[in-house]
Design a protein around this ligand. Structure first.
Ligand SMILES: [Zn+2]
Length: 346
């Protein structure tokens, strides 16, 4: 019978799988000395192992889950409509928090916006989704004691809805200058900006410096996540001590999944990793708090004891591991695509 044959085959292949798993779980001593061949599995394992967390090192499990375990695997819908206004979403808003002497966080368990402050005004990094910007950013700044009208620059790491959504609000209400490289994406959109689109403003070049008072952000063009993804390096202060931040502007693989796009992504992330290493960055920040654990770490900060490092100040090795996760797990997908002959998704 069809059913019986199927079951027998299934049991047969399960046994083979169990045997294979047992064999690989207990490799012979000599096997472990062989160099590991480059495979999809070897890249994924290397990426996951770089998450750390087992020996009191900072962990990046959110990043591993997002790009190694269950990566997005295609471009976003062209001109996806803006997320609708959703009163239930307000339940996810978190209290804004101070991260360093001069850097503040506003967001949700999954999103981050950062306010770099000086006596002469502020730089806001990423702007939440269109209907979240008023509550999370404008009200958030007021709760922190800052005047949103003093935001001199908004830096939009890339043109997706969760980063560019509030740019129009700041430009139209406060005259804030908008630094963004995905203007084409915003301008081509019909449905993404129901309250209004930001008008094309500052188009950054690689190495451009954005300065407000004594705070300077150096911008790097890191195409991959989107064509115009921006990253940057800047300093913050922790009890007066200067610390270097690398801001990684785009992370997930929701772009056309083909070999050339992964090559571009890998080239950008490798360059950013080396810039971060040269600059001695001990902090890695981004626009999605689950990737670097920002929301959780900032709650830990409230229980910081004298002499303890700021939970976001993870050190140069952890910053390197963050980029290694991206690198290895992007290589895994690239290798799969190359093996299946998908060299062009479009
Ligand atoms: Zn994005």
């Amino acid at each position: 019978m069809r059913m019986k044959t199927f079951s027998a085959t299934l049991i047969g292949s399960l046994s083979a799988a169990v045997i294979a798993a047992v064999v690989s779980a207990y490799p012979a001593r000599t096997q472990t000395l062989r160099p590991t061949p480059e495979t999809v599995e070897s890249h994924l394992a290397a990426g996951k192992n770089a998450a750390g967390g087992r020996d009191d090192t900072p962990d990046f499990y959110g990043l591993v889950t997002a790009i190694c375990v269950a990566p997005l695997n295609g471009a976003a819908r062209p001109d996806a409509p803006a997320p609708r206004e959703n009163p239930n979403r307000k339940a996810t808003y978190m209290e804004p928090m101070q991260a360093f002497d001069d850097l503040y966080w506003m967001g949700t368990p999954s999103t981050s916006s950062w306010l770099l402050t000086s006596d002469d005004g502020y730089i806001l990094y990423d702007t939440q989704r269109v209907y979240d910007a008023e509550d999370v950013l404008v009200d958030g700044m007021k709760k922190l004691g800052f005047d949103p009208a003093k935001v001199k620059y908004v830096i939009v790491s890339h043109g997706h809805a969760g980063e560019s959504g509030g740019a129009y609000l700041f430009q139209s209400r406060y005259g804030t200058r908008i630094v963004m490289n995905d203007w084409d994406m915003v301008e081509a959109s019909v449905n993404g900006y129901p309250t209004g689109k930001p008008k094309r403003d500052i188009v950054p070049t690689d190495g451009m410096k954005i300065t407000v008072g004594d705070r300077t952000v150096t911008i790097y063009l890191t195409p991959g996540h989107t064509p115009g993804t921006l990253s940057s390096i800047f300093q913050v202060h922790d009890h007066g001590k200067p610390l270097t931040v690398v801001y990684s502007g785009g992370t997930e693989f929701n772009f056309p999944n083909d070999v050339p796009h992964f090559d571009q992504y890998l080239a950008s992330e490798r360059r950013l990793a080396s810039l971060a290493a040269v600059a001695g960055a001990t902090i890695v920040l981004n626009n999605q708090s689950q990737f670097n654990g920002a929301a959780t770490k900032l709650r830990m900060l409230k229980d910081r004891h004298p002499g303890e490092a700021n939970p976001l100040d993870v050190g140069t090795n952890a910053v390197a591991r963050y980029f290694k996760i991206e690198d290895e797990c992007a290589q895994a997908v690239r290798l799969k695509l190359a093996a299946s002959g998908i060299t062009h998704a479009e």
